[in-house]
Design a binder for this molecule. Sequence first.
Ligand code: ATP
Ligand code: MG
Length: 578
Amino acid sequence: MRLSEYFLPTVKEVPAEAEIVSHRLMIRAGLMRRLSSGTYNYLPLGLRSLQKVMNIVREEMNRSGALEIVVPIIQPAELWQRSGRDVDYGENLFHLKDRHGREMVLVPTAEEVFTDLAANEIKSYKQMPINLYQIQFKFRDEFRPRFGVLRSREFIMKDAYSFDVDAEGLHKSYMKMYDAYCRIFRRCGLEYVIVEAESGEIGGSGSHQFTVPCESGEDVTVFFEDGSRAWNLEKAPVDAMPKEKPKQVGQVEEVHTPQIGSIDDVCNFLKCKPKDLIKTLIFSAGGKTVAALVRGDHELNQEKLTQALGGGHIELADAATIEKATGAKVGFAGPVGIAGNVDYVYIDYAAAAMAVAITGANKTDYHIRNVVPGRDFPLEGKNIKVVDLRIASEGDSFEGKKLLFKKGIEVGQVFKLWTKYSDKLGAKFIDEKGEEKSSLMGCYGIGINRIVAAAIEISHDDDGIIFPVSIAPFEVIITCIGQEDKKVADVAEKIYHQLMEKGVEVLLDDRDLRAGVKFKDADLIGIPVRVTVGKNSVEKGNVEIKLRTEKKSETIEIEKSAEKVLAIINGLKDKLKV
Ligand code: ATP
Ligand code: MG
């Protein structure tokens, strides 16, 4: 490709909303342009990079035995009602109506449609195992689209869905995807960690996330220093706390705290610290009311509460439910006497270990102090349990080992869904004994655009992007200095053709521009190898070859240059081989 005929609108200025380096560089290098909040136009260079990622993903999916299909982007809302996810997915789901008033949704992920397809087509154990995938646009009305294509409202996802007859089969299918993901991210040149994860909105149990450690990531990974285990923040377990030494305290004492409900306000008013308090949160879970207790300086982990309750959808209770459970306005819930008014009480380890606490009084405008867990409210009972309920934080340990924290970008996730969707959408088959069963499902997602952005996030310098060769839009750029000099232009042209004949993806910068501008652009767009053809060197029969990762260039005879470039490219590719 000749740059004189290409569309490469590089720019110096970037919009203020581009907060992180990959976003800025993707705009500056002319890979993409914003259309509206969270949606982007991909320009030729950006699209080439995306296509390279898609090719790698497709090759590895095919290698694993998965079969590519395509399903509609616009889907009947009715399918989502049947799975219950029209509610669970909340406002992230884009809704629309067709001209007949039929409710439709724009696909954010496609479990429903794939399960429905399986329900209609896969009737016998003989048709399984099967793993179907697509590489397709997805739409999510993200609360806060940001960081360019790391969190956008429209993005390309590879999503795969496996169907198996039994747990062993599901595990095999899952591990095939797990291994394929390792190969994919390695081939894309990404350093990644695999963390144990809970399943979030998708549901089911058993999941791993593939995360690229990096400061601008929105995910937090939690790990043992020796690297033996890692989790995402929602999943990270913490040890039970040793019981604090008992303190001499008097009886429970009411304090008037007019309109003071929040932790901070209570602390200011009572001159205490958040860790002296117990927060009592009231949840609704499938018609049941649940009180969850955590220490005032800790944050409840809703995922852990969900797991403690055995799965399903939970949400913070509305004001009416809270008032009914506590007999007080919102902000004054407390553990004393709550067990009789709710269906379950779950108490975090750390709250249970406190010697004494300040809590809500279950009476509007009142708190109580001198509350001793175990004395003033029970720590066990038919509907009462002490469990791990909070989000892990700095200083916590698990199995006696210190937990460390690092930020990262989630690029992919694998899930065991078991029969969550097949039950709801009727994906049943007849097994060997002639019995009808729900098929066991797994689902597996990879964010294509996120891979490109994550690669840039971890591989760049002050001058621009440093693409791994496997996902670089081009492998080589020939920078021709002195295009007007026919001798120079001819040498550049010759090497350009020789490289193309060798199957190298090469960009020829034949634009009528100053050397400085051409070098800047070449660095900015991050092509791994640059060949500089200039007047001085051509007169001596040489050109210069420089790797984007290196500062120094190498002088090489014109005649040997194409061979040399090819060897360098092959060397770079070998490093990413699996
Ligand atoms: P997140 O927690 O970051 O919102 P998710 O866990 O909801 O992501 P999945 O449902 O697991 O995402 O989707 C599979 C993959 O799709 C993710 O691993 C990620 O790479 C990509 N992805 C998800 N949401 C977005 C988005 N808004 N923009 C770009 N890529 C996304
Ligand atoms: Mg995910």
